[in-house]
Design a protein around this ligand. Structure first.
Ligand SMILES: Cc1cc2nc3c(=O)[nH]c(=O)nc-3n(C[C@H](O)[C@H](O)[C@H](O)COP(=O)(O)O)c2cc1C
Length: 220
């Protein structure tokens, strides 16, 4: 299966930039297509009906503007006055650092600015999981927790648990957004944590909670 580049190099995934640029006709064709909002937004109830795990993806890339929307849905700031997020977190720790791995490298989502910055130039999707379907998705989200933000935990050994709970809630946001737009996704606990840590050069406080491939479901 070919690994189509879903994201041009160094394109920050920002709803503000991508959607505004597309609306002004400044962006490339794929961005204009993605910026066309669905005529009727799916209800949460209908998205819950549609929610499922998808493990077969087509080669079609996911447009950057749609990835930007997905990242906001996952863990964007929904109350700018407080800086709080679309997903709850343990004691408001906001420890989730969503990384986006694609053919063009790995970028990390910055909720405060609602954009991404590049962290790694290479395609590390093959290093994420022993489950082959993971690397067939055009993008893979890495749910990485900043364990320093969970330092209020009385018992340090509890931090990975809270990290996984927080990440799982973010992942459900991804599931529901994906369902609402016809995208497929699957939460993956069976990842190669040492492989990811080595590939990205993660620091001790950066804990990989889950991997979550996202793409258009394969037909048939
Ligand atoms: C914590 C967690 C870890 C999971 N890990 C994997 C995994 O490693 N590989 C996989 O294919 N699916 C994984 N899944 C997805 C489940 O297999 C899936 O949700 C379940 O089969 C029910 O299917 P549904 O999501 O379509 O309802 C995981 C789900 C959860 C909640």
């Amino acid at each position: 299966m070919s690994q189509n580049a879903s994201l041009p190099p160094h394109v920050a995934l920002s709803r503000r930039t991508l959607l505004a640029g597309a609306a002004l006709g400044l962006a490339a064709a794929p961005l204009r297509q993605a910026a066309a909002a669905p005529e009727t937004e799916m209800t949460v109830t209908e998205a819950l009906r549609q929610r499922r795990s998808t493990r077969r993806f087509s080669d079609q890339p996911v447009e950057p503007a749609l990835v930007a929307e997905l990242l906001w849905a996952a863990f964007g700031v929904n109350r700018p006055e407080t800086g709080l997020h679309t997903a709850p977190s343990w004691h408001g720790a906001a420890d989730s650092m969503i990384h986006v791995a694609s053919a063009d490298g790995v970028s990390v989502y910055e909720p405060e600015r609602d954009t991404t910055r590049q962290r790694h130039p290479g395609d590390i999707r093959q290093s994420l999981s022993p489950q082959p379907f993971v690397a067939t998705a055009p993008i893979c989200l890495l749910h990485i927790s900043d364990l320093r933000r969970l330092s209020a935990a009385e018992d340090e050994s509890q931090r990975p648990l809270y990290a996984q709970i927080d990440a799982a809630i973010v992942a459900q946001n991804v599931y529901l957004f994906a369902a609402s737009r016809g995208l497929g996704t699957c939460l993956v606990g069976g990842m190669d944590r040492p492989g990811i840590t080595a590939a990205l050069g993660l620091e001790a406080h950066e804990y990989v909670a889950f991997v979550q491939p996202v793409g258009w479901p394969a037909q048939g």
